[in-house]
Design a protein around this ligand. Sequence first.
Ligand SMILES: [Zn+2]
Length: 305
Amino acid sequence: MVGQHPRAGVEYPTNWHELLAWFFDDAACLRYLERLGWGAGLTCRFCDSVDGGWWQVADGLRRCAACRSETSVTAGTIFAGTRTPLVSWFAAVWCVVNQKQGVSALGLQRVLGLGSYETAWVWLHKLRRAMVLPGRELLSGGVEVDESYVGARRRGSGGRGAVGKAIVAIAVEGDQAPERVRMRQIADVTKDTLTDFVLDHVARGSEVRTDGWQGYFDIGRYRLEHVVTNVSGSGDPAHVVLPHVHLVSSLVERWILGTHQGAISHAQLDYYLDEFVRHEALSDRVGCKAPPPGCRSGPVKLRAA
Ligand SMILES: [Zn+2]
C-alpha cells in the first residue's frame, strides 16, 4: 500500500477514533501527504521533472535526482511553514469536513484544546479558505515581486527590514495594470524565503521583476526570467520602477489602517491579506484615488484567484 495514492472514501478515517489511530504523530501525517501528493514518485517543483528519481531525505522531504533540490511535501499547501503539529491540523481538517452543521471556532477550540479563541478562529478561516479556493492558479507573464513592511516605513536607512513589523511578500501579475495578486506574510527576506515565495506563486517561464535585493538572486535558476532594476542606481523611486507592487502595497497599508485602525495581530494578518485580495477582486471602487507621483497605474480592478 505504501507509495500508492490513497483510495478515496476507503483510506480515509471514518471516525474520530480512527483518525487518532492513523495519524498518531507528524511522521504518519507526512507519509499520508506524500502518498496524496506524490504517489510513488516525485514532481520536482524546481526543475519540473516528473518522477525523475529522488532520494528520501526525511519524512515528507525528497531530493530530486535531476537538479538536487529538496522539495517538501507541504510546500505550497496550508501546512507549509506551520509551527503547529500536523496531527493538530489533521484533526482540525477532520472536524471542519465532518461536522454536518459546520464547526464553529469555539467548537474547534474545545475539541483541539487550543489555548486561545483567536488561534481557533485563524485556523478555521485558513481551512475554509483552503477549501473554497482549491489550487489557485499560478501568476504568469510579467510579475512584479517585492516586500512590504506593514505599518512601517519601507526599508529605512538601516536597510531591509523593520524591527517588530510584519514583512509581507507581494507578487503582482500584469503589464499595463495590476491584475492578480498573491501575498504572504514571511519571516525574513533571505534567498530561501523569497525564492520559495516566488516558486509557490509564479509559473515557470514568467518574467519576474524585482529590485536589486540579493534575496532575489536565486530565482533565475528556476526557469524564470529575472529582470532586476537597481532602484537606487536607476535614479527612479521604487513606485516608478515597480509600479504595480508599490500600488498594491500602499492600498494594503491604507486598507489595514482604515478598516482595522492598524490593529491586526501578526497571527491574523494572513487572513486579512486574503480578505483584501478577495475584496479588491470583487469591488469596482478599488483604485488609486490619490496616486503617488509617478504612479501610472490609475484605478485598478484585480481579478480573483
Ligand atoms: Zn528537480
